[in-house]
Design a protein around this ligand. Structure first.
Ligand code: AKG
Ligand code: FE2
Length: 512
């Protein structure tokens, strides 16, 4: 089922307009070989910061690179079957998410479930010791990059304060306080987040791609930067103004392939070397940047760079890993959160002390609405998202399976609750106004459930599924036959919806 929403459509039109404007003439971009590179970086890309490999402790390199190689050798990286503008797409890069226990990260309609690193003394059981060691290496890198990001931001802050302080001297009417912009950057008053919060990475999205295994990679369309491993985008689902820190491990060197080496034109970027591409969103005046990355280099996207600019990953010739450290906006993205929601829903279920059978506590529209919303949330944002990714997380740890079983049990109770509710609604004694009110809460949520069930089923049946290893292939779960006696309601809700619509219409007529 295509879900090309209004927002996507507007963006697509804007993009096509831009491409038309550019037509065949490519926009200019700079690399460090260009004399204006420094000047442009300073003026337009000052929130991008590169930390060359030689400035990173050798011990960090050694452990991280060993860990990344282990994860690849244990087949822990998987391509994601994401949705872009309502279409199924298999990402060219393979990924794994590692992070705080119970944390998830959502991108391109896909929720990734973090393989937990051990934290707060909570030990995680991994399927192999070396995987545990690799997760620890990623966690240590996370600590290191958090510290480095803090330093960068504090440096920026103090130099801005100085700058504005000296301007303050020239114009004595201004108090010697950091300007609003600097304060904004340091402390977002509305959200109450600090520099510390905005660099406390809770997840790391690791990427891996070996270009020699890729039959086809898209060409970068605006600047002619060459093959892309990841197309232009803003990172999604991040805390506002939070830093993204990236460790690059391109397994470079050995093969003699660079354009420079072969004496070919040195215009543009070296196609043998991996680069990160940057541009200002919707700007065709400012040249883009292509920043070459060598093994062990780190880069930082500070503050609001991810909002104002887009980035892409330009493929080199060698296999390459990256660890992208992020502050996921996880107010509705942790296991603790969804368990809490399920407990809220459970409050509306009770056992009748006389008959011993289950019944609903309240039929208040607000309560009904909340319960049915939670029902959809746990089904589509957790259960189906998880099983869509097959058993891939089992390669690292069985950590997520128990929580998923718990969530599924809650969900089953919610199926029962919806059934009880339908039963209540069908009773004739309801005043039509009340009936109309409750149906107007329930109907849209049941309709949404049906649409999402069908679209998840279609996603699971995408032909692209066949390109995935068996363990990574989607499971359409929960799934059952409509006549399954163990299930309170049918899987396909079309008939239920028709009945509800009819009831709603007759209740509306009577009411009017
Ligand atoms: O690999 C990189 O350097 C960045 C990857 C990226 O942009 C992403 O995964 O969102
Ligand atoms: Fe990104």
């Amino acid at each position: 089922m295509k879900r090309f929403n209004k927002y996507d459509r507007a963006k697509e039109i804007k993009k096509q307009k831009l491409l038309k404007e550019i037509q065949d003439r490519k926009l200019p971009y700079l690399t460090p070989k260009d004399v204006q590179f420094e000047e442009l970086s300073k003026a337009k890309y000052s929130k991008l910061n590169l930390k060359p490999a030689k400035c990173v402790p050798q011990e960090v390199h050694q452990k991280v690179q060993q860990g990344l190689t282990t994860l690849r050798d244990c087949k822990c990286f998987a391509q994601d079957l994401v949705q872009i503008k309502g279409k199924d797409v298999l990402t060219p890069v393979s990924r794994i998410l590692i992070g705080d226990p119970g944390c998830t990260y959502r991108y391109l309609d896909t929720r990734l479930f973090a393989v937990p690193w051990s934290s707060d003394g909570v030990e995680v059981k991994y399927s192999r010791d070396e995987i545990g060691k690799a997760c620890q290496a990623v966690k240590d890198l996370n600590e290191y990059l958090h510290g480095e990001a803090m330093k960068l931001l504090l440096d920026r802050f103090s130099s801005q304060v100085k700058e504005e302080g000296s301007m303050g001297k020239a114009t004595p009417s201004k108090p010697e306080e950091p300007s609003a912009s600097v304060v904004d950057e340091t402390h977002d008053k509305n959200r109450g987040t600090t520099l510390q919060d905005r660099t406390s990475f809770n997840v790391v999205l690791l990427n891996y791609m070996d270009p020699s295994n890729m039959v086809y990679l898209k060409e970068e369309p605006y600047f002619g930067m060459g093959k892309m491993a990841v197309s232009w985008h803003h990172d999604e689902n991040l805390m506002a103004r939070s830093t993204v820190a990236v460790y690059n491990y391109s397994c470079d060197d050995l093969r003699p392939t660079t354009a420079e080496g072969s004496g070919k034109s040195v215009e543009g970027r070296d196609p043998a070397c991996w680069h990160i591409g940057l541009k200002i969103a919707w700007d065709i005046e400012t040249p883009g940047l292509a920043l070459p990355l060598h093994p062990g280099d780190c880069y930082f996207m500070l503050d609001d760079l991810n909002m104002t600019h887009q980035h892409c990953v330009l493929s080199g010739l060698q296999p390459r890993f990256s660890c992208t450290h992020r502050v996921a906006e996880c107010s509705s993205g942790t296991l603790g959160y969804i368990l809490g929601r399920c407990e809220v829903a459970m409050k509306n279920m009770q056992k009748d002390p006389e008959s011993g059978s289950s019944c609903l506590v309240s039929l208040e529209p607000a309560v009904v609405k909340r319960t049915e919303e939670i029902h959809n949330e746990v089904e589509f944002e957790w259960l189906r998202q998880f099983w869509f990714q097959g058993k891939r997380s089992a390669k690292q740890t069985d950590w997520w399976f128990q929580p998923m079983a718990t969530l599924e049990n809650y969900w089953r109770v919610m199926e029962q609750m919806t059934k009880l509710l339908l039963h209540e609604i069908n009773k004739e004694e309801w005043p039509s106004e009340k009936q109309r009110e409750i149906l107007s809460c329930l109907l849209p949520l049941v309709e949404e459930r049906q649409v999402l069930r069908m679209s998840w089923m279609a996603r699971c049946q995408s032909r692209l599924v066949n390109n995935l290893p068996i363990d990574d292939q989607p499971e359409c779960r929960p799934h059952w036959q409509d006549e399954d006696p163990d299930m309170p309601l049918p899987y396909d809700l079309q008939e239920t919806i028709s009945c509800l619509r009819n009831r709603f219409m007759s209740a509306s007529k009577q009411w009017n």
